[in-house]
Design a protein around this ligand. Structure first.
Ligand code: SAM
Length: 473
């Protein structure tokens, strides 16, 4: 029997099937034990997180009153740690060449319906200009796995191109990378290229399902994929983003697996994941999401987010445009801190006038423009933030975590959010968005803790009005 050990570097030991099964049994046995549920909620109120067993009990508990308590706490923790800021980003698809056989992904090698496309550096430039013209400052680059068409050198060239483009007042200041599991050496190269977060979704933590869903190609190797974040950290990347593709396997199994992965990273590297993403399987060319019979209701999806929020308070949570505005609104309230906006999931999609569908990775459910999303967020009381300061100031990994833990976010992230929003309003916003934004900034300046910081922010806002850019704390 394989023994559970969060400190092990062997996939099946830190994501241990038996431990997950026991966790689910424990959760089933205790989901109606309201005394224990209350105890766990009380522990979560200390804001030091919960382990996978405790959090699994909360997820399984069906009691309405306790569920409300969980939601209220998630909302409160979200407010305490992230205020009302929502960080904005967009995905940039570089290439859909792929040698894997993932059953849920239209880029799988056998799909002959879609044209294969890989951006040239000239095309990357066009995409980046289009993204800058929308107002984006932070990207997540995406590519299929193909050592011949998309080798690491290609990815590095693209990163270089992206950072080099300064169109009007635009700039991409943080490039996160979502590419297949790779070697320590390649992670080191990504680190040297100045990437922000390395993101890799586990897809499913269930080994058997994983192997079934990835029948061919290098991604078939469960251990190599599951141990990728350890290699990334060994290569010097200390901001890593994990996630599962909900719908592929049973959500309770995935939830426990996600938290065990976070516990493992904390135990081995002293720092948990920077972000957790919660994508759900979507319709795409050659992909029917009903082929996977583990879809979950919007309600349960939101509950998962609330439970993640209280289980790992310091970990950012990401939601993409796979979800509808309605689900996004609810899940933002319960814990999400980062969202994409104005996304196009096709290779070369941003430079086109009309949204192209031929190379799309999945159908987008939130088709609004970035301006519309920013407007919507502000009307709902949030501050859309284009801040990228932390990683540029070297506040990554445990240094970022200590910023959170010292409560300095209000004097740092909050003003940065206001200043970057101001840039967006000056350079890209529609008149209505600008009007709402200016009022919001005026109101939110009062929520900066220190008087001195407030004063500096006021000065800088005037400077931004006068054309200067890129201030940060
Ligand atoms: N190819 C890289 C890898 O192997 O990890 C990552 C890039 S891929 C473009 C990004 C993610 O999209 C995948 O990890 C998967 O979770 C997600 N994805 C694939 N097919 C999807 C679908 N039909 N609906 C929603 N998300 C999907």
């Amino acid at each position: 029997m394989i023994k559970y050990d969060p400190k092990s570097l062997v996939a099946e030991e830190f994501i241990n099937d038996e431990e997950i099964r026991k966790t689910l049994e424990y959760a089933d046995a205790n989901k109606d034990n309201l005394e224990l549920v209350d105890k766990i909620i009380e522990k979560a109120k200390e804001r030091k997180g919960l382990n996978h067993r405790e959090a699994s009990v909360l997820l399984a508990c069906e009691d309405k009153e306790k569920t409300k308590k969980i939601y209220d706490l998630a909302e409160q923790i979200k407010k305490d740690f992230y205020g009302n800021r929502i960080v904005m980003f967009a995905p940039l698809y570089l290439s859909n060449y792929c040698v894997n056989g993932c059953l849920y992904c239209p880029y799988h090698q056998k799909n002959k319906n879609i044209p294969r496309k890989k951006l040239t550096q000239e095309e990357v430039k066009k995409e980046v200009i289009a993204l800058q013209d929308m107002g984006h400052k932070r990207l997540a680059i995406e590519a299929g796995e193909d050592p011949v068409n998309n080798p690491i050198e290609y990815i590095l060239d693209c990163i270089k191109t992206i950072y080099s483009i300064k169109h009007k007042n635009g700039a991409i200041r943080r490039v996160n990378v979502n590419i297949a599991a790779t070697t320590v050496e390649n992670y080191r190269k990504l680190k040297e290229a100045g990437i922000g977060t390395y993101i890799l979704f586990q897809e499913t933590y269930h080994k058997e399902s994983y192997e079934y869903l990835h029948p061919t190609g290098p991604k078939h190797n469960y251990a190599y994929h599951t141990e990728a974040m350890d290699r990334a950290m060994e290569g010097g990347i200390d901001d890593v983003g994990i996630g599962v593709l909900f719908g592929l396997d049973k959500y309770r199994y995935e939830f426990a697996g996600l938290l065990m992965h976070a516990e493992h990273l904390e135990a081995v590297h002293g720092v948990g994941p920077h972000t957790i993403s919660v994508p759900r399987v979507k319709h795409a060319d050659d992909i029917d999401p009903t082929d996977f019979d583990n879809s979950l209701s919007d309600e349960m999806f939101c509950k998962i987010a609330a439970c993640i929020r209280i289980a790992v308070p310091y970990t950012g949570m990401i939601i993409s445009t796979r979800e509808t505005p309605k689900v996004r609104e609810e899940i933002i309230r319960l814990g999400v801190s980062q969202i994409s906006g104005g996304s196009r999931t096709s290779v070369g999609g941003y430079a086109e006038e009309e949204r192209p569908h031929d190379t799309e990775q999945f159908d987008v459910s939130d088709n609004r423009t970035l301006d519309e999303v920013v407007n919507w967020l502000m009307r709902a009381g949030y501050i859309p933030s284009f801040c990228t300061a932390c990683y540029r100031e070297g506040r990554t990994g445990d240094r970022f975590m200590s910023l959170c833990k010292s409560g300095q976010i209000q004097n740092c992230c909050h003003p940065n959010a206001l200043m970057t929003l101001k840039e967006f309003l000056m350079d890209y916003a529609s008149p209505d968005t600008k009007k709402i934004g200016e009022e919001l900034i005026e109101k939110e300046i009062d929520n900066i803790g220190k008087e001195k910081v407030k004063e500096i922010v006021r000065e800088r806002l005037v400077k931004i009005e006068n054309g200067e850019r890129d201030f940060r704390f």
